[in-house]
Ligand binder design. Structure first.
Ligand code: NAP
Length: 299
């Protein structure tokens, strides 16, 4: 029965594909036509009134993403382990005339990501957008890292991203769809020391590409944004520059065609776009934001 239907399908030319002439060998299926989107209007991201959750948003890249989304009119829920810095970012968010909610939590603890997402949904009225931003690395190179270091690194990056997206999906479904972004890294495919970090980031990239298929029936898109090395006050690269200025200068000269590292705001702009409906046809993708950086390592 199946064979008959496949056979009969192969005899039917797709609409618009000539059955003779130079294109006649093109038997690839044609995608369904896109819904007309272009209106000639300015590029309005349309994020006003949406509700976003951003993990690890008291400092660094996550903070910039939260502030960018608030500047676009989205209500934002954030989390982090340190009450002081979280409170500061919460105040900044509210000064942008949106509603915001903060939860002090450690995303590695069982049930805590779920508590964060559900609490934001209850406080802000749902969840449309999710950003799994927390990340980092434990242990040294292969022979200087334990099984626990590898497990901790996967927990902090990949598994926390899984939980953030999984906890957000029921809320997105209740709203008729949504969009999730996991913050991976160019270390997910450009080799550098601390393989546990790159392997976990590669996992996040694969996760998005697979979930884009799984969650499409619910009109939920899933992508990764992969920063290169990002400089900000009190960030890892600023600390490295202070500790090893010569090594840092050599790294910046060697690996960056524009002679500088990226900024959190440059990552946040890409995340806001990918989350928005203006990126409706970007799904399961990994978007590097790295200024064409070479190796993500100063060593
Ligand atoms: N910075 C870079 O050069 C770079 C490059 C490529 C990719 N990335 C990726 O981008 C993401 C953000 O990096 P970043 O440099 O901005 O990180 P960061 O400076 O370490 O900031 C991380 C944020 O997450 C919070 N956080 C950390 N661990 C947490 C935990 N267990 N539970 C809850 N919150 C936690 C931090 O607040 P508390 O400490 O108070 O919890 C902070 O708000 C990460 O996924 C990282 O791997 C960064």
């Amino acid at each position: 029965m199946l064979q008959v239907s496949v056979f009969s399908l192969s005899l039917k030319p797709y609409v618009g594909v000539p059955t003779s002439g130079p294109s006649s060998k093109n038997t690839l299926p044609r995608p369904a036509a896109a819904e007309p989107l272009y209106t000639g209007a300015a590029l309005d991201l349309g994020l006003g009134g949406k509700v976003a959750v951003v993990t690890g948003a008291s400092r660094g890249i996550g903070r910039s993403i939260a502030l960018r989304l608030a500047a676009e009119g989205a209500h934002v829920g954030i989390c982090g382990r340190t009450a002081d810095t979280l409170e500061q970012t919460l105040t900044e968010l509210r000064s942008r005339n949106v509603r915001a909610h903060a939860v002090v939590t450690d995303v590695r603890l069982t049930g805590e990501v779920e508590r964060f997402v559900d609490e934001v949904a209850a406080e802000l009225g749902g969840v449309d957008l999710a950003v799994a931003n927390v990340g980092g690395s434990s242990g040294g190179e292969l022979l200087a890292s334990s099984a626990e270091d590898w497990a901790r690194t996967f927990e902090l990056n990949l598994f926390h991203a899984v939980r953030t997206i999984r906890a957000s999906v029921p809320h997105m479904r209740a709203r008729g769809g949504g969009s999730a972004v996991s913050i991976a890294s160019i270390s997910g495919w450009k080799p550098a020391p601390r393989a546990q970090y790159g392997a976990a980031k590669a996992g996040e990239i694969f996760l998005a590409s697979a979930l884009a298929w799984e969650l499409a029936p619910y009109r939920i898109r899933v992508n990764t944004v992969s920063p290169g090395s990002i400089m900000f006050v009190d960030g890892a690269w600023e600390r490295f520059r202070a500790a090893q200025p010569d090594r840092f200068a050599e790294f910046e000269r060697r690996e960056f065609p524009w002679g500088r590292l990226g900024s959190p705001d440059e990552v946040a702009d890409a995340v806001a776009f990918v989350l928005s409906d203006r990126a409706a046809w970007i799904n399961g993708a990994n978007i590097p934001v790295d200024g064409a950086q070479g190796r993500p390592s100063a060593f």
